[in-house]
Design a protein around this ligand. Structure first.
Ligand SMILES: [Zn+2]
Length: 95
């Protein structure tokens, strides 16, 4: 088994893990120390971090069509046995 040389960039997986770590945590690992010296990998981390923020900012994924159909079906089933609600009075005549 050969040692990783400093010229070897950490894998994407390692970089994405480092992206979640603090500066201190990074310095404990070889990849983190590489990062401190490697402009290219710092750029990668910045990109990964930006991606992570973007992913978190995304709204919840829409329900799959099949699941939505099942939910609609159940709603209709529930409605059939129950008496319809009386319409709410929407503001009577003015006093
Ligand atoms: Zn690098």
């Amino acid at each position: 088994m050969t040692m990783l040389s400093m010229s070897t960039h950490p894998s994407d997986e390692t970089l994405s893990r480092l992206a979640d770590q603090s500066e201190l945590e990074r310095m404990r690992s070889r990849a983190g120390r590489h990062l401190a010296r490697c402009e290219r990998c710092r750029g990668e981390i910045a990109a990964i971090a930006a991606l992570g923020d973007a992913a978190r900012a995304l709204p919840e994924p829409a329900l799959p069509a099949s699941l939505r159909a099942r939910v609609d079906e159940r709603r209709q089933g529930e409605g059939s046995g129950v008496a319809p609600r009386p319409p709410m009075p929407t503001g009577g005549p003015a006093p």
